[in-house]
Design a protein around this ligand. Structure first.
Ligand code: NAP
Length: 332
């Protein structure tokens, strides 16, 4: 079947490791690990994430796992003909905790088992949720990774309340655009940083109350910082917080080793540093319901057919996109 996959890994030139073409997914190392009782979903739309670039670089994916179908996000047609969204978190057999993100042996689609950038996907039946009719397949495909992560950061992990001020580091990313829209609709004052005035202004157009150049001192300190950039913005995030404030971190696009850990400020102010990763199936259901109730929709940068996955990845890597890059099933 047609798929976009990591033929190998390449730490320096990740796009060189990408292949788009026919692949016998069942015979790949990941396909051979897929349990027989998983169900098949016919792909309608899938969205890219920075995670897919990390996989091509060999972060979380080793050469002996290749070829590996990329992709965590999908919406499509389930085994009974219903429209579904795929939850990408795969729990280890036997895991039973209420918070599935704390399973130490969990993985995401495309890490151990084939991902979503293929005409047909295999997933556990429990990972399917109903796609609301109000959402298009492309909109629904944006939810399982970036939007679910943003939803959990804000509503489960940050401790903020309506009226609080949050700072979103980065304006145009999939997680950042989701955070801006969700926070604005939740009654928060939303501040954003960006490396580009054009992207900062676009964030204000989405509903942010103000934008600031990356690293610039803010007019006042904030209740929570929502961090996905990592090393480049870490010190600014710590300095931006009120005493007792919370930084919620989900990613390290610019690197995982900041020049300063800011340990003294963290204990002296004192601050809370909270990790957050993906979200539970129930939170994905809640997110989809919030979009139906509010009319809020993901920002989609561009929509391309799966055959043009190489162009989509080039745009993701360039950082020029604003919002989610979506691939649709089909060859045109
Ligand atoms: N833990 C999880 O479950 C989880 C889930 C989803 C994503 N993530 C992680 O979260 C991160 C963002 O994901 P994404 O898919 O939204 O990626 P993305 O679309 O590539 O977003 C990149 C964002 O980072 C900002 N940025 C990049 N480099 C920067 C720098 N040097 N200084 C300041 N800002 C910079 C950009 O802001 P401007 O261009 O506006 O400046 C943009 O908003 C990734 O590291 C990803 O792996 C983690």
């Amino acid at each position: 079947m047609l798929a976009a996959y990591a033929a190998r890994t390449d730490a320096d030139q990740p796009l060189n490791a990408l292949q788009v073409g026919e692949l016998d997914v069942a015979s790949t190392p990941g396909g051979q690990q897929t349990p027989d009782d998983w169900v098949e979903v016919e792909l309608r739309a899938a969205a890219l994430n920075h995670h897919d670039l990390f996989s091509l670089r060999g972060v979380g994916l080793s050469a002996d796992q290749c070829p590996m179908v990329l992709g965590c996000d999908a919406a499509g047609i389930g085994p009974d003909g219903a429209e579904v969204i795929v939850h990408a978190v795969i729990n280890a057999p036997g895991f039973s905790g209420p918070d599935t993100t704390t399973d130490p042996r969990r993985s995401l689609l495309s890490e151990r088992c084939p991902g979503t950038l293929a005409e047909r996907i295999r997933v556990p039946a429990a990972n399917l949720i109903a796609k609301p009719a109000e959402l298009s397949f492309a909109e629904a495909a944006c939810l399982p990774t970036a939007w679910l992560t943003a939803y959990r950061m804000l509503f489960v992990r940050s401790g903020v309340r309506p009226g609080d001020t949050v700072l979103v580091q980065g304006a145009g990313g999939g997680v950042a655009t989701a955070l801006i829209l969700l926070a604005r609709h939740a009654g928060l004052r939303v501040w954003v940083t960006s490396r580009s005035a054009e992207r900062g202004e676009r964030a204000v157009g989405l509903g942010a109350h103000a934008w600031f150049p990356s690293g610039e001192r803010l007019p006042e300190r904030v209740d929570a910082v929502l961090e996905s950039v990592g090393a480049a913005t870490w010190s600014h995030s710590i300095n931006a917080l009120k005493p007792g404030g919370t930084v919620v971190i989900c990613g390290t696009t610019s690197g995982a080793e900041p020049s300063k850990a800011e340990l003294t400020k963290i204990f002296f102010k004192p601050l809370q540093v909270v990790g957050s990763t993906m979200g539970t199936r129930e939170e994905l259901v809640g997110l989809a319901a919030m979009l139906v109730a509010t009319g809020l929709r993901p920002v989609i940068d561009s929509t391309l057919p799966l055959t043009a996955a190489a162009d989509a990845f080039a745009r993701l890597e360039s950082g020029a996109g604003f919002g989610k890059i979506v691939l649709t099933a089909g060859r045109n």
